[in-house]
Ligand binder design. Sequence first.
Ligand SMILES: NC(=O)CC[C@H](N)C(=O)O
Length: 390
Amino acid sequence: MSKLKQILFPPNDHKPAVLVLSDGSVFQGVSVGVDGCAVAEVVFNTAITGYQEILSDPSYAEQMVTLTYPHIGNTGATAVDDESVQVFAKGLIIRDCPATDSNWRSEQSLRDYLQQHQVVAISDIDTRALTNQLREQGSLSGCIMAGDIDVDQALAKAKAFPGLQGMDLAKVVSCDQPHTWSEGTYDLNSQQFRSSGVQNHRVVSYDFGVKRNILRILHDLGCEVTVVPAQTPAEEVLAMKPDGIFLSNGPGDPAACDYAVAACQQFLEAGIPLFGICLGHQIMALAMGAGTMKMKFGHHGANHPVEHVTEKTVMITSQNHNFAVADEQLPELLEVTHRSLFDGSIQGIRHTQKPAYGFQGHPEASPGPHEAKRIFEPFIAAMQQEKANG
Ligand SMILES: NC(=O)CC[C@H](N)C(=O)O
């Protein structure tokens, strides 16, 4: 199709779609993805950029996301920007999908990307009203139907969705086999992934749904990374004699990942340097004896201010979580290092007697903000210290 024709007559532009929420709300719109039906928890994300990274973040399994920024698709899609092997978000809900994209790196349009990854998506709905509703009522289950539409059936499906509480999704999205990771972050100038010459630390990374850019940062920081499946027993990992262990981000309820909590307890006992991001941070808190809870609508965005409690410094962070470490009955040995300046919730922890650190936000945010990258430093320093101690 010529570019002009594409602009005037974008594919699928008039195919109807509907989003039905479990409380009976109906949003009528236009399909911009494949025909079909998607059922999941609906969350809103306030990031202006990064729709492709959001869609391919495994932490969005069993969720569909509405983006508050109104124009989604302007910069197209570029394969190397995917955060994992596939799209994990169940569906996409947007205000407007432009008929054409403009970006020197774009390889395909968002519509084509959604087709390729078989994603059900709806546009032309009032995402501002939807977001207000989710903020007032909290996250709700929903169903997007595109193609053959039956609103009653969509409502029944939305109502039947069991919710994320108690769902263990880490083992579902994890890799099957251990493998090594040896690729650094992307260099825009050379258009290649960096390759770090020196690998000082041997790190085992649990894959609970790990984002590629976290592994890339570990590589940049001089870590030789072995990625292992979510249910790998602690003994197997300890037998690999790593310098440090990383617990990744991932979807679902941390409290349902009992095997990971048990493994983490063994690592804490062994005193091996530990670092957890998002789900990994929550699992570490559970292993220390803290609790976790489901938030009303979670944190999903790219401009969340987080304060370092003692330093009184503030970082702008990227966030994607629905659960959080509970403030009630925190164990003595857990120190809260960071808090959200939006709602005061716990954003960072450390063990007072062991080299173990957790951070709720995403220091690998791509695209940006990158100032939370500092959060890797205590983990790297702990591995260096252990080596120095012999
Ligand atoms: N990005 C993540 O790791 C999310 C962690 C967890 N599934 C939550 O929703 O809170």
